[in-house]
Design a protein around this ligand. Structure first.
Ligand code: SF4
Length: 344
């Protein structure tokens, strides 16, 4: 069936059905970069309020570079994959310091920015600078593997090369930005992972995967994600009107975010309220178990328990712990697992 005019069909579909989104009006590289990083691994409905929040608070790359990291993490709070926020902050400083405050317009220079890979660089050069470089994200892999009935695993080196070349061949040279946005919207709205709307699909007559009844098997992935299980005891510790928190360090999930004091255990059976002693707190006025929560990340399954503790005296703790007024807890970016518990 190749070559069929997939680009033309998708552009026609996009004209009628494309989503009206704030980064698609008065397009700028800053808006494209912001939106593309926020929308990775995220549905538009979930990411849109974050884009608006960031753009309202930090309307230019200079504002982004000049703000502090805690503020960036607070704006990002709840979106997950926090390394994206830290990388954006780093990249904003790179643009100010190394590129005079202007986004570069070449793929190779864009890829020198922290957190900007092939996908984001292609989105910026095509949408903001009109260059014919195809984006290949999960939506594009899905659409192309189905339309062309391709079995090469999308997570293999061979698959990545194959689909990038195929996508670059298909791109509309006069309209690369719209074409890229069209195929991504089409993948998100019509050719969805489950139950794609094949009956109403404008390319169903040319979709080999559909015609051969192979939609459920495409795209093909070779690797299974290995999931690690972790066991966490969090302590909500009160002294008068203050609550104890700590900032996460090291190269782990939620780096730089704040949390309730944590004791991590190597198995479920070691969990329990007596673990408070591992924080160096031996005298408590009261302690009770409040909740158990399971939290699933892309590569980890977290089994968290929460305990509420009241103290009569402040213990001696190292400086990684901070006492904050309970009413000011919202000023600190925390993982969703903890904000959900605190708001219950
Ligand atoms: Fe996707 Fe179905 Fe359309 Fe093929 S026919 S492109 S599988 S929605």
């Amino acid at each position: 069936m190749y070559p069929m005019n997939l680009a033309e069909s998708l552009l026609n579909w996009y004209k009628e059905n494309g989503r009206e989104l704030p980064w698609r009006v008065q397009i700028s590289p800053y808006k494209v970069w912001l939106s593309e990083i926020i929308m990775q691994q995220t549905r538009v409905a979930q990411g849109l309020p974050y884009f608006n929040k960031f753009y309202d608070e930090l309307p230019t790359i200079k504002d982004f570079a000049n703000t502090d990291q805690d503020k960036v993490l607070l704006l990002w709070q709840g979106l997950g994959y926090y390394s994206r926020a830290r990388n954006m902050h780093f990249a904003a400083k790179q643009i100010m310091n190394e590129y005079n405050g202007e986004f570069p317009d070449s793929l190779s220079e864009l890829k020198k920015l922290k957190g900007v890979g092939d996908y984001t660089a292609a989105a910026i050069v095509s949408i903001a600078f009109d260059q014919p470089k195809a984006v290949v994200d999960g939506n594009v892999y899905r659409v192309l593997s189905r339309v062309f009935n391709v079995d090469i695993p999308i997570d293999s080196a061979q698959g990545k090369k194959y689909f990038q070349e195929l996508a670059d061949d298909l791109i509309d040279l006069n309209n690369p930005g719209d074409y890229n946005q069209a195929i991504m919207d089409f993948g998100a709205m019509v050719c969805t992972p489950k139950n794609p709307d094949c009956q109403k699909c404008p390319v169903n007559n040319n979709c080999e995967g559909f015609l051969k009844g192979r939609i459920d098997q495409l795209p093909v992935k070779s690797k299974k994600v290995k999931i690690t299980e972790r066991y966490l005891d969090f302590f909500e510790i009160h002294y008068k009107d203050q609550v104890l928190i700590q900032q996460r360090q090291g190269n782990d999930i939620w780096k730089g975010l704040f949390q309730l004091p944590l004791v991590e255990l190597n198995s479920e059976k070691n969990k329990g309220l007596s673990n408070i002693e591992k924080l160096g707190i031996t005298e408590v006025s009261s302690i009770e178990h409040r909740a158990d929560k399971k939290h699933v990340l892309s590569h980890q399954r977290l089994y968290a328990s929460f305990y509420k503790v009241v103290l009569d005296e402040k213990p001696n703790l190292d400086e990684s712990f901070i006492w904050v007024d309970r009413s000011r807890l919202d000023d600190y970016a925390m993982p969703k697992l903890i904000t959900n518990y605190l708001s219950d």
